[in-house]
Design a protein around this ligand. Structure first.
Ligand SMILES: Cc1cc2nc3c(=O)[nH]c(=O)nc-3n(C[C@H](O)[C@H](O)[C@H](O)COP(=O)(O)O)c2cc1C
Ligand SMILES: CC(C)CC(=O)C(=O)O
Length: 369
């Protein structure tokens, strides 16, 4: 697909273009959420609960979009969220997204369940990488992945804490979602790497794999154990309240990603944007605070930054872009978001993301949740 076609409407246009080329079960896996998909819908709606209060005659011509993410200098405060099995949407999988993000000056979180090996991804990357881990029953596998990521040059570890089991994703259950041949969790050792297929059984293969490998007993003491396994900065992903944010900071986390997992885990969970202010206030300068969920355009980044996020992560739009046009389309998505953020900052009279006090006005209407 020619990238010029993507310009008019990056978020929606990319999804349409991707759906035209993807098998419907894969599009459902990407686009779907848990339960009635209420949190999935709320994630994007939450951004419309805020209006911007622009300042005029501020003389802002070229706003500074750069930020440091746990010591990684990036030129855009939007990074790629960890998303499993990217070869589902593009033959080069994670390599393609990492190339585009690097080109755009953005950071990428490579998922534990990548479909290209974590070392191969690191070798190909131009930009900074973090590595994501799930809370697995087999602690030795977790420790070994942490060591491999450190050796390969990843700059931080992200522990996804909101998936003691997989949320009930009804679309995947209905479709009997399976991974096609050649798309496998290559980072995992053989003993836990198999993802059983379930076509026609009404079961989701990835839910079965998570049931066999994720550990719901993983707790704060295990986070302390992981902290002791690595010199890398440690980020906890999936925090949605002040209490857990403080606990994470007390246990040695360096960063927190406020996230509802894109509405894919606990349905009716508070959308991440609504949880962000209490988390940011609770941890102050003790941890770097990030957000994902529903970020689709430059103005979303501005709202999240004004509520306390140092940077944001984008999930589904990157996969839609990857499916629609590979690295070029992902790069185009980043370019579009960069342009939108620059425009919004000039028009709002804000020269940097650190100076957003007084930018937001709550919209006076019923909250959506
Ligand atoms: C297809 C897909 C796969 C995902 N896989 C993972 C994963 O392996 N690990 C993880 O921590 N989060 C995973 N996520 C959640 C994302 O990291 C992120 O929290 C979410 O997509 C953000 O919401 P957004 O899609 O609205 O941007 C996945 C999300 C999608 C859509
Ligand atoms: C394969 C899954 C464990 C990854 C995923 O879909 C998710 O985390 O949302």
């Amino acid at each position: 697909m020619a990238t010029a076609q993507l310009r008019p409407d990056a978020a929606d246009g990319l999804e349409r273009a991707a759906r035209a080329v993807l098998p419907s079960s894969v599009a459902d896996f990407i686009g779907g959420g848990a339960g009635e998909e209420l949190t999935l819908a709320w994630e994007q709606q939450a951004f419309t609960d805020y209006a911007l209060r622009p300042r005029v005659l501020s003389g802002v011509d070229r706003p500074d979009l750069s930020v440091s993410m746990l010591g990684c200098a990036v030129s855009l405060p939007m990074a790629v969220a960890p998303m499993a099995y990217q070869r589902l949407v593009h033959p080069a999988g994670e390599l393609e997204a990492v190339e585009a993000a690097g080109r755009a000056g953005a950071l990428t979180v490579v998922p534990m369940l990548s479909s290209v090996g974590l070392e191969e991804v690191a070798d190909a990357a131009a930009g900074p990488l973090w590595f994501q881990l799930y809370c697995l029953r087999d602690r030795e596998v977790v420790a070994d992945l942490a060591r491999r990521a450190e050796r390969a040059g990843y700059r931080a570890l992200v522990l996804t804490a909101d998936a003691p089991r997989l949320g009930s994703r009804r679309r995947d259950l209905r479709n009997g979602f399976t991974l096609p041949p050649g798309v496998t969790p290559v980072n995992l050792p053989h003993r836990i790497g198999g993802v059983p297929g379930a076509p026609g059984t009404g079961a989701s293969a990835i839910a079965q794999h998570a049931a066999a490998t994720h550990d719901a007993t993983f707790s704060w003491s295990d986070l302390a154990w992981l902290r002791a396994q690595t010199e890398l900065p440690l980020v906890v992903k999936g925090v949605l309240c002040a209490e857990d944010a403080v606990r994470a900071a007390d246990t040695g986390a360096d960063g927190i990603i406020v996230s509802s997992h894109g509405g894919r885990q606990l349905d009716r969970a508070v959308p991440s944007l609504h949880a962000l202010p209490e988390v940011a206030e609770a941890v102050g300068d003790r941890c770097e605070v990030y957000l994902d969920g529903g970020v689709r355009r430059g103005t979303d980044i501005l709202v999240a930054a004004a509520l306390g996020a140092r940077a944001v992560f984008a999930g589904r739009p990157v996969l839609w872009a990857l499916a629609a046009g590979g690295a070029d389309a992902v790069a185009e998505l980043f370019a579009q978001v960069r342009g939108e953020l620059q425009e919004a900052m000039v028009l709002a009279g804000r020269s940097s993301l650190a100076g957003l006090d007084g930018l937001l006005s709550p919209r006076r209407r019923e909250r959506t949740c």
